[in-house]
Write a protein that binds this ligand. Structure first.
Ligand code: KIV
Length: 271
């Protein structure tokens, strides 16, 4: 029987069981109550309150400007819309790197003020101390390796990561280290499918891919990209399931036209 058949609430343990039974994990981002509710009712397993909110909600070019207060606002809105999915929140840039005490304080704020179920952070060995300290408080941590957008100014571009042997080997080592420290799942972003397959096979924890091929234990996409709300972003890995930009624009244009032509409100739409 499918792991999900008997599950009222997705937990980190459920994801682990899904990996064991080779059931794929479906994850999407969300940043507000209304979308979170739709995703949850549709049966999504994990909702990530991603720092991609910095791009798709706030219009910044990178994920760097978003603050912990901003993330807490988005995450608490999402949590209010969710009954079943596991809700994970990105620790934003500057709230966990280089200072594990600050990392723990940031993670505690997220857990206390949002009601979310865990945090995600980017990086391997360089954030090991922060990961350990957050885990020591009983807060589930999801890792993120490969293309880590908070380090965009170090990389210089958003191209595929770990194509060269040395970077691939380092990524494998970081993944093994994070698992050893006790993270419950790992996101791999924009790396070769073969490498993602190897990491997935080597780890006991679930691995969720974005632009990392089909062999990972699950997939994640940014909601606004897969719904076609965000038109500017078209990487090869993105599948658009809708063209909401055009649909919403069309609806707004019809509304404007209805007002101008005295078609709205009609007799039925007044008191
Ligand atoms: O912030 C985000 O949306 C993410 C996903 C791309 C995994 O980290």
């Amino acid at each position: 029987m499918s792991v999900l058949k008997t599950v009222k609430r997705v937990t980190t343990h459920v994801l682990y069981e899904m990996k064991l039974k080779r059931e794929k994990i479906a994850m999407l981002t969300a940043y507000d109550y209304s979308f979170a509710r739709i995703l949850d009712e549709a049966g999504i397993d994990v909702i990530l309150v991603g720092d991609s909110a910095s791009n798709v909600m706030a219009g910044y070019e990178t994920t760097l400007p978003i603050t912990l207060d901003n993330m807490i606002y988005h995450a608490s809105s999402v949590v209010r819309g969710v009954k079943r999915a596991l809700v994970i929140v990105d620790l934003p840039f500057g709230t966990y790197q280089g200072n594990s005490r600050e990392a723990l304080a940031s993670a505690i704020r997220i857990m206390k003020e949002t009601g979310a179920h865990g945090v995600k952070l980017e990086g391997g060995e360089q954030v090991a101390e922060s990961v350990e300290r957050i885990l020591s408080a009983g807060i589930p941590v999801m890792g993120h390796l490969g293309l880590t957008p908070q380090a965009i100014h170090k990389f210089g571009t958003y191209v595929v990561r770990a194509k060269e042997e040395e970077e691939a080997r380092k990524l494998m080592e970081d993944a093994a280290l994070l698992e050893k420290l006790g993270i419950f799942a790992l996101v791999l972003e924009k790396i070769p499918a073969k490498l993602a397959g190897e990491v997935t096979a080597n780890l006991k924890i679930p691995v969720i891919g974005i632009g990392a091929g089909p062999q990972t234990d699950g997939q994640v996409l940014v909601l606004h990209d897969m719904l076609g709300i965000n038109q500017e972003f078209s990487p090869r890995f993105l599948r658009r399931y809708h063209n909401l930009y055009a649909e919403i624009k069309g609806a707004v244009q019809t509304y404007i036209n209805d007002i101008r032509t005295l078609n709205f409100p009609s007799e039925k739409e007044q008191y």
